[in-house]
Design a protein around this ligand. Structure first.
Ligand code: C5P
Length: 254
């Protein structure tokens, strides 16, 4: 089942909470470095506790022991997905996956889209497509639950590793501004090519009617609209709705 995460790329927690209210009952949100540093972990944990389906995009990249410890903290905050850099290597990815203990999905970022051919050459690295493929293979073989990929490469990844989650940012509904996304695809195209999760920021946050824009993206992606969270038992067990939804692949993003 496709999921759409709205990227809360805003500089303060009050603004993030205003978006959560405005887009309710949508509950799938991505928190990146800026908002995480502005809001602090306690505030972010509160959101997860209130039923937000938290994609913590902090792109960990360090020695295995340190990344494993960070993943345990992300898990403690209630994150459902966490990103790591595949370039951290198989040992680091394996340590992250072990630390997740199936409670959250470890998603590997391959080559940052900001790295162009001259930048990769200057670092002594192969061209982007080859390097991305090598990193993706490394990540999957080390047990990563998912990969971040562009809408152009997602089809090849879906063919190679159908059981691994494919997270696609750079989504632009037909007719909307591309912003700085050079290789944007529409929600329908991304899903048709094999995306399992979409990440969308500005097309919602900068829309004249954000809730309507999100509804249109969900419809185009064939993604179910979220329902308000049902109160969870103190044990932290999945809500009845989440238990029913299920999810493909080796992840717990239910
Ligand atoms: O506003 P927009 O829809 O472009 O936001 C996309 C989100 O996905 C941002 O949070 C951005 O950091 C993230 N992202 C991306 N391209 C990548 C990886 C992540 O745009 N290659």
């Amino acid at each position: 089942m496709t999921r759409v995460f709205v990227a809360l790329d805003v500089p303060d927690p009050a603004a993030a909470e205003a978006w959560m209210r405005r887009l309710a009952p949508h509950r799938h949100f991505k928190v990146g470095l800026e908002l995480f540093l502005a809001a602090g972990p306690d505030r972010v944990a509160r959101w997860a506790g209130e039923g937000i389906h938290l994609f913590l995009d902090l792109k960990f990249h360090d020695i295995p022991n340190t990344v494993a410890a960070a993943v345990r903290q992300a898990r403690r905050l209630g994150a459902r997905l966490v990103t790591v850099h595949a370039a951290g290597g198989p040992g680091m990815i394996r340590a992250a996956v072990d630390a997740a203990e199936g409670a959250l999905a470890v998603v590997a970022v391959t080559v940052l889209t900001s790295l162009d051919a001259p930048a990769l050459r200057a670092m002594g690295l192969p061209p982007a497509d080859r390097w991305a493929e090598q990193l993706a293979r490394t990540a999957v073989e080390a047990g990563a639950h998912g990969l971040v990929t562009s809408g152009e490469e997602v089809a090849a990844l879906a063919r190679a590793w159908p059981a691994v989650r494919r997270v696609v940012p750079g989504i632009r509904p037909a007719g909307s501004a591309a912003d700085d996304q050079a290789r944007a695809v529409t929600p329908a195209t991304a899903v048709r090519r094999g995306a399992t999760d979409l990440v969308v920021g500005r097309p919602v946050l900068r829309a004249a009617d954000p809730a309507a824009a999100l509804a249109q993206i969900l419809a185009e992606a064939g993604a179910p609209a979220d329902r308000p969270p049902t109160p969870e038992p103190a044990s932290g067990a999945e809500s009845a709705q989440e238990a029913r939804e299920g999810a493909p692949g080796p992840d717990t993003d239910r």
